[in-house]
Design a protein around this ligand. Sequence first.
Ligand code: MG
Length: 163
Amino acid sequence: MSHAFRIGYGEDIHRLGPNRKLILAGVEIPYELGLIGHSDADVVFHAVSDALLGALALGDIGKYFPPNDPRYEGYDSSLILKECYAMVQEKGYRLGNLDVALLCEKPHLSRYSLAMRQNLASLLSSPIEDIGLQLMTNEGLDAVGEGKAIRATAILLLERTQK
Ligand code: MG
């Protein structure tokens, strides 16, 4: 790959349900509901992982971590993100910057914002200044607005590390 820069976009949505932990960007958040999924259903890590793969046209996380594979049941999604970033580095790129939008009606997440950014920065070997996180509601609209789901989008820039 010869481009100096590559842009990537990813998004994810998971339903909320009972008897599940709510884990967002690796932070366990106390709440009566959690995200339902085969893995730990961390929408932030999934959206960022897809953005990393998308930037280099490597496919999506479903290709590398199939949701019907028993190995990934209850899987810690930080490992998915780590592995995707390792693929990016192997191809000769590193993160320039990342911007995540997290759409969640409830619970209120602002007190967890720094911890979420710190987790992303650490997993992506980047300074926290390069990790943006926008917390927003969906204004009461649709499944996210009704508190039935949480959605995340991620956009990022990769920089080439090798000539
Ligand atoms: Mg997902």
